[in-house]
Design a protein around this ligand. Structure first.
Ligand code: ADP
Ligand code: MG
Length: 247
């Protein structure tokens, strides 16, 4: 079997008496969308934060392309190819679309200056930003003020910002949240194509989207993964039906 792009191995995290992650293991394989579903408060965002580096697990390891990144800060993980979008918009509304893409490439990563030397030329920065906008279909909006974009377009821009790093894996926490039907459909089409560039660990509430898109689905309940499988396997799993789907 090929090496997973991302692996979570026995991760546990407690907040006081609350166990938010209970011995969680999962992996993300090249080319796949692996969806993480579960009720509110199940621990999905907490897990994403541990993978991205904002939260330190109490026990367990995080592997990125065979490399143990558990002790590395967020910026270093990002530099190694961990891309993510955020549940809450991180865009500057008064800036243009292109300015946000450049800012993202610059700021989020902290990788423009290392050892007091620029590692990316300004022209490279610009062409990366433009390429990312092209990929998400926002090239023609480059000069538009971000605050004037639709909700769906802003979500696409957030993905473009993440793409400027040319990530090897993607973490997405509820990218469809707040989108209308048409914008959701567009974003789904985009994620469907994106998986070939970088596999996606997708936290998503929209079950239709999850079942349509995901190669595999893991179900998290009270900090524990109770099932992992294909859409058909998850639909048929009696534990999932009783605990989660309410059937
Ligand atoms: P989900 O994203 O699945 O809705 P979260 O990961 O946000 O769930 O939360 C999982 C549980 O951990 C919840 O009970 C939440 O209240 C708790 N929690 C999350 N972050 C913290 C924190 N920083 N301190 C204390 N409790 C937290
Ligand atoms: Mg959450």
């Amino acid at each position: 079997m090929t090496e997973p792009a991302l692996a979570v191995d026995g991760v546990t995290k407690s907040f006081g008496g609350l166990i938010a992650s209970k011995d969680i293991s999962l992996d993300l394989r090249p080319g796949e969308i692996h969806a993480l579903i579960g009720p509110n408060g199940a621990g999905k965002s907490t897990l994403i934060a541990q993978i991205a580096g904002g939260l330190r697990p109490d026990t367990g390891r995080i592997w990125l392309e065979g490399r143990d990144v558990t002790g590395l800060p967020t910026a270093e993980r990002a530099r190694l190819g961990m891309g993510r979008t955020f549940q809450i918009s991180s865009l500057a509304m008064e800036f243009t679309v292109l300015q946000n893409a450049v800012l993202g490439a610059l700021g989020q990563r902290g990788r423009v200056f290392r050892f007091w030397r620029p590692v990316m030329r300004e022209s490279d920065l610009l062409s990366r930003a433009e390429a990312a906008l092209e990929q998400v279909g926002l090239a023609e909006f480059r000069a538009v003020r971000t605050g004037d974009l639709s909700h769906g377009q802003r979500r696409q821009l957030e993905v473009a910002v993440a793409l400027t790093l040319e990530p090897h894996v993607f973490l997405m926490d509820e990218p469809m949240a707040g989108l209308g039907a048409e914008a959701s459909r567009q974003l789904m089409g985009f994620l469907d194509r994106l998986r070939d560039r970088a596999p996606i660990l997708l936290v998503e509430h929209d079950m239709d989207a999850v079942f349509a898109l995901a190669d595999r689905i893991s179900v998290l309940v009270y900090g524990e993964i109770i099932a992992t499988g294909t859409a058909d396997e998850i639909r048929a799993d009696p534990r999932v039906r009783s605990v989660y789907l309410g059937a």
